[in-house]
Ligand binder design. Structure first.
Ligand code: CA
Length: 225
């Protein structure tokens, strides 16, 4: 992962650089808006940390220019003031998140992780396993020319199963990720939805099956061609 830091307070820029390099992010630093923009246009970054108040060109102008140029790299804005105005303007210009100075290291790293994760999600790659594809936009499960619409819970469960393949997902995993609590009745729901999904796989004439691993959980099978 490569990160660009655009910050004119040299001490802070160097400190952020040191934190990021310690986390094994490749890090470039620019100390004014113009050189930051030049770097962002020239190189491909996974994330840009951009101060708002910068010499030569302010952060919001840098951000607007990047978005006009259709560079969609996630941008975390830094603002010295906690003023609502700056934040709203920044988000309007296409920032993904902002952080008010001073901030703690942990928060900076958490924001970077969240932003780069979100970017992965918006990449819109439909999960595939064996002969089935999950259409994330339409919420459909597809096998060849056949497709069925999945309910919300079915969809969430299928997405988990497909991204784990033959790895077992426990009932507890399903309950905590999908229902968000551990009420005993939810465990029965897992079984009910698994049976719905099995019926839908049959309906699609897919070779993929949901296997029960007794008293542990579920996984997919039939992915090998
Ligand atoms: Ca500044």
């Amino acid at each position: 992962m490569r990160i660009l830091v655009v910050e004119d307070e040299i001490g802070l820029a160097d400190a952020i650089g040191a934190i990021l390099r310690k986390e094994r992010y490749e890090t470039d630093i620019a100390n004014d808006g113009q050189s930051g923009l030049e770097r962002a246009l020239k190189n491909e970054y996974d994330c840009i940390i951009l101060d708002i108040m910068l010499p030569k060109m302010n952060g919001l102008d840098v951000l607007s220019y990047l978005r006009v140029k259709e560079i969609e790299t996630p941008v975390l804005l830094l603002t010295a003031k906690s003023e609502v105005d700056d934040k709203i303007k920044g988000l309007d210009c296409g920032a993904d998140d902002y952080l008010t100075k001073p901030f703690v290291t942990g928060e900076l790293l958490a924001r970077i992780r969240a932003m780069t994760r979100r970017k992965g999600v918006t990449a819109d790659i439909n999960p595939k396993y064996g002969d089935i594809v999950l259409d994330l936009k339409k919420g459909e499960l597809i096998c060849g020319a056949n497709s069925v619409v999945l309910g919300r819970k079915e969809f969430q469960m299928m997405e988990m199963l497909m991204s784990n393949g033959e790895q077992i997902i426990t009932k507890e995993d399903f309950v905590s990720k999908i229902w968000g609590n551990t009420d005993d009745s939810e465990y029965n729901n897992v079984e009910v939805y698994i049976s719905f999904l099995r019926k839908k796989l049959q309906l699609l004439r897919s070779k993929v099956q949901i296997k029960t691993r007794r008293s542990i959980g579920y996984c997919l099978d039939g992915g090998k061609k």
